[in-house]
Design a protein around this ligand. Structure first.
Ligand code: ZN
Length: 188
């Protein structure tokens, strides 16, 4: 059994662990840097807890082409449902014309984003983009690229471990249809 063993200075191959560290509830693999061996890792024994894994899709249908939605409460609801107290939350858009990002919940800033993104990648003229053969959303791909695909937030004592003004947003750049955001939480 791996449990109870301590490996220092050897790179760990996950295939030797007999399970995916993220695949199911029931095992914990504590990886810790071993200072004497630089970037090599040590595998510590399983005594402290059980790793949990949680997954949920959030659905959105923004009635306009573009929009920003504060989804912090939905992510907090997922965290509460997961029962995880210490770990990490990943939140990512599952579409290549939408973003998930963290910033201030302030309407002036959101207006400024809209103006800035339209300067960088204006929607029109649609014919200015080579991507727009049979579709019109090249600008949305570019807006998504610069606003980002995902965020990762630390979970501490059962809460999202934010800076004072940090909130999570869904950014839509080609809306008027149903689209998904993935919430994945791992921890214990
Ligand atoms: Zn496209």
């Amino acid at each position: 059994s791996l449990h109870g063993t301590l490996l220092v200075g050897e790179p760990i191959e996950t295939k030797n662990l007999g399970h995916s560290p993220f695949g199911h509830v029931g095992c914990v693999c504590r990886l810790k840097a071993a200072p004497a061996f630089g970037k090599h890792l040590a595998l510590l024994k399983n005594q402290e807890g059980i790793m949990k894994s949680y997954r949920k899709e959030l659905w959105f249908n923004i009635p306009k082409r573009r929009g920003f939605v504060n989804i912090t409460r939905q992510v907090e609801a997922c965290l509460e449902e997961s029962g995880i107290r210490e770990g990490l939350v990943l939140v990512n858009a599952m579409h290549i014309t939408a973003s998930v990002f963290i910033n201030d919940d302030e309407s002036g800033l959101h207006h400024d984003y809209e103006v800035w993104l339209e300067k960088l990648a204006p929607h029109e003229p649609v014919s200015a983009y080579r991507h727009n053969v049979g579709e019109d959303n090249a600008d949305a791909h570019m807006k998504r690229q610069i606003m980002g695909r995902e965020v990762v937030v630390a979970v501490t004592e059962g809460e999202l471990d934010f800076g004072t003004w940090e909130r999570i947003f869904y950014g839509e750049f080609d809306g008027r249809r149903r689209k998904r955001v993935l919430v994945k939480i791992i921890g214990e």
